[in-house]
Structure formats: C-alpha cells, structure tokens
Design a protein around this ligand. Structure first.
Ligand SMILES: [Zn+2]
Length: 266
C-alpha cells in the first residue's frame, strides 16, 4: 500500500455509543490508546473493499460528558492513560512533522522473500524485527523438538533492509495549549502552565494559534526529548488528542498571552 497518495477521512464516533457496548466498554478505561489503534485497524479493514482510491479512516471521539472535564494544570502522573476533556487555548504550534508509523523490512538473506511490518510508536526508538521466520524454519527443518529449542538460540543474526515504498508516515503536530477560565464579566484568564498536545492527520494545521478548542485527549507519558543520558527517568505528560471541538463561546480577549512556535517542553 503506497502511503503518500492516501486520503484521510475522519470517522467520528460518539462516546455514548462506545459505552453502550459491553465489550468495548471494558477497553475504554486504562487502555484507550490500544483500543483506538485496534478499532482503527478493524475500521480500515472493513472499508478496504469499498474504497475506490487509497484512503485511510481515522477514528475520532466526540460527545464526551461533563464528567470527563479536567483542568490541564491539575494533571498528575496518576492520570496517565486516562481520557479527559479540556477547554483550551492554542498558544503555539510546531510546523507539521511526520513520524514513521509503520516500517516494512525485507529479509536480506539470499533467496528469502520474507517481508515483515512493524508498527512504531511516536517518539520512540525505531523497532526492528527479530528473527526472520522463513530463514529460521530453513535452519531448523528436520531437527528433533529438543534440538530445535537449542538451535533456536544460535540462529544467525538476521539482516534486513527497509522497504522504502512500504513505509507509512503519519503527519503530526505539537500544539502548546493552556487552560481557559471563562469569565462572563472581564477578559478570560489562562491557566498557569503550557501543556503539550499531539494531533495527527487531518487535525494537523487545522487549529491556528489563538483557537479556542475543546480537546478530548488521553494523558500519555513521554521521555524528555532533550534528555542527555540514556536511561533518564524523568518524564513529561503529553496529551494524545482523540477528538477536537471548536468552542464557540465568544472569547473576548486574553491578557498577556505569550505565543510560541515551540512545544511546551522545549
Ligand atoms: Zn529470511
């Protein structure tokens, strides 16, 4: 599947509809990220036959309830993986970026045609495939079960090349967002801190600085991007945006907003 020509369509799903399904409901608590990934795969597989041109559906959440409302400034590590709704002002954004979401590897062994695809995560070291299953089978063919177990540990190191035309890139963008505190009398005030939210696909470049948006987002934990030693234990919280609604309240004006083009953690 070629990636660059893919068209993106967002597929909005109402929170209440998801909750109405007893099986899905079980996944919405702590493993929302996992659920969204699988749901998107299923959705795309189902629609694949109906697509005239290469396109991809992205799942978006909508209609979260008042119970989900949180202030960004109140987020702590114990909130990781949870889904909330935040009313925010976009105070900055990076240029559109990309990340390698799916890498394709072809086994470089002579006569082997194995190709493996590995889904990658944002801002993580790229994962390579392990042993080539086809080559391994060739080495192990004809061995007794016990010999197999032993021989498996001494298989030659696999060697792969990346299949350039099979790489899937996802557009992403980092938004800097702050809590908005509506005030019917005077100017609206902002929260104390600038937080980082990641948007992807059709959300990229759709919300200029100054946008008032309601984010439906899960709290993710990420390495400090500028960490200088390998096993740095410090983490930052980053919001993974699963849905956006424009806030149509007339935000009269804000005092003292510092606009930025850098992510909040820089
Ligand atoms: Zn191979």
């Amino acid at each position: 599947m070629s990636t660059c020509e893919e068209e993106i369509f967002s597929f909005e799903v109402e929170w209440n509809d998801l909750c109405a399904d007893p099986i899905i409901q079980g996944y919405l608590g702590d493993s929302l990220d996992h659920f969204m990934t699988i749901a998107e795969t299923v959705l795309n597989d189902r629609f694949l036959h109906f697509m005239q041109r290469p396109c991809r559906l992205v799942l978006r959440l909508n209609g979260l309830t008042e119970d989900h409302k949180r202030k960004l400034d109140s987020l702590r590590m114990r909130d990781r993986r949870k889904l909330f709704t935040f009313d925010t002002l976009v105070v900055g954004r990076t240029p559109p970026l990309g990340y390698l979401q799916r890498a394709s590897y072809a086994c470089a062994a002579k006569g082997c045609d194995y190709i493996g695809q590995i889904d990658q995560r944002l801002a993580r070291q790229r994962e390579s495939p392990g042993q080539c299953p086809k080559c391994a089978e060739r080495y192990l063919a004809g061995l007794e079960p016990e010999e197999r177990e032993m021989a498996k540990r001494y298989l030659p190191r696999p060697s792969y090349r990346m299949v350039d035309e099979d790489l899937r890139y996802i557009d992403v963008q980092y938004l800097s967002v702050m809590d908005v505190n509506p005030d019917s009398e005077g100017p609206w005030s902002l929260g104390d801190h600038v937080w980082t939210a990641v948007v992807d696909e059709d959300f990229v470049d759709a919300y200029p600085v100054g946008s008032l948006v309601r984010l439906h987002a899960s709290v993710q934990v990420d390495h400090l991007p500028e960490r200088t030693f390998d096993k740095d234990t410090r983490r930052v919280m980053v919001l993974r945006v699963e849905g956006i609604e424009m806030l149509d309240e007339p935000a009269t004006h804000f005092d003292e907003v510092t606009w930025t083009s850098e992510p909040a953690w820089r």
